[in-house]
Write a protein that binds this ligand. Structure first.
Ligand code: ATP
Ligand code: BTN
Length: 256
């Protein structure tokens, strides 16, 4: 297990990871983060576990990860920004992680709207934002699952990859985690003052542009060609009937 002391040793952050909760095993670091946040734990608190018994993505879909091989963590944030821009936190986190990976390793990362990072068209990282609401949105729990040293994936997990699978060598999880925390910390204030700037950075990595996709939203399925990620960070497609549809959320699959 990665310990609190190891993470804190030499960690160059003001906020991210300044308070740390580590676990060998937990239901979900996001669920734990919600409780800790409701109990007053501060912004920047990091919850990290070697294993999750109920790790999840959106719609409570399982996030499946072998013990001790990957990075499974959540960060409590209390961003002071317009609520309409909160979804851009996902872009901020994804862009930051992609920058770190590309600086540390000879890899090119792509982004799949709304919340995935891919390497060679396979899913390497998933991000899940969940809000803790009292009177108003009190905090956002940012859950991050990154495949680091796992090389074989459960049959329920289609199309996944990890750093080790791509690079054929074991990766130091601790150094990688610290680099991510430091990058997030370095960029957080500029994100808060200009959240829209993350959209351009995301678009540079967008794997969907021009592709034919199916988007599932509210129990309906829409097919079409992706026109763009628009100025608000939403996905815009054009259907065969030449209708332009904009999605602020949804499940996207690429059509062959
Ligand atoms: P998709 O990968 O289908 O675009 P999504 O980003 O919409 O999914 P969620 O709906 O939040 O993701 O659910 C998480 C999904 O991630 C699960 O359905 C599962 O297919 C996939 N998954 C689970 N564990 C892993 C993993 N370790 N690596 C990559 N993908 C995983
Ligand atoms: C996705 O793929 O859409 C999001 C997956 C998010 C998984 C991470 S793992 C750490 C944190 N705890 C959870 O239960 N989920 C997130």
């Amino acid at each position: 297990m990665i310990s609190q002391e190891e993470i804190l040793s030499g960690l160059k952050t003001k906020l991210f990871g300044q308070k740390i909760f580590t676990f060998d095993s937990i239901d979900s670091t996001n669920d734990c983060g919600k409780v800790l946040s409701a109990n007053g734990q501060p912004e920047g608190s990091l919850i990290i576990s070697d294993y999750q018994t109920k790790g999840h993505g959106r719609f409570q879909r399982d996030w499946v990860s072998e013990p001790g091989k990957n990075l499974l963590f959540s960060i409590i944030l209390k961003p002071v920004i317009d609520e309409k821009k909160l979804h851009l936190l996902t872009f901020f986190i994804a862009n930051s992680i992609a920058e770190v990976v590309e600086k540390m390793f000879p890899l090119k990362l792509m982004a799949k709207w709304p919340n995935d990072l891919l390497i060679n068209e396979k899913k390497f990282c998933g991000i899940l934002l969940e809000s803790v609401v009292t009177q108003k949105i009190d905090s956002i729990i940012c859950g991050i699952g990154i495949n680091v040293n796992q090389t074989i994936f459960h049959e329920s997990v289609l199309n996944a990859t990890s750093l080790k699978r791509e690079l054929h060598k074991e990766i130091d999880r601790l150094q990688f985690l610290k680099a991510i925390l430091e990058k997030l910390d370095e960029k957080y204030e500029s994100f808060l003052s200009d959240p829209d700037s993350e959209i351009e950075a995301w678009k540079d990595r967008d794997i969907l542009k021009g592709k034919t996709v199916s988007v599932y939203f509210n129990q309906n399925s829409f097919s079409g060609q992706v026109i763009e990620i628009d100025a608000a960070g939403y996905l815009v497609i054009r259907t065969k009937g030449n209708k332009r549809i904009k999605f602020y959320s949804g499940d996207v699959s690429l059509r062959k």
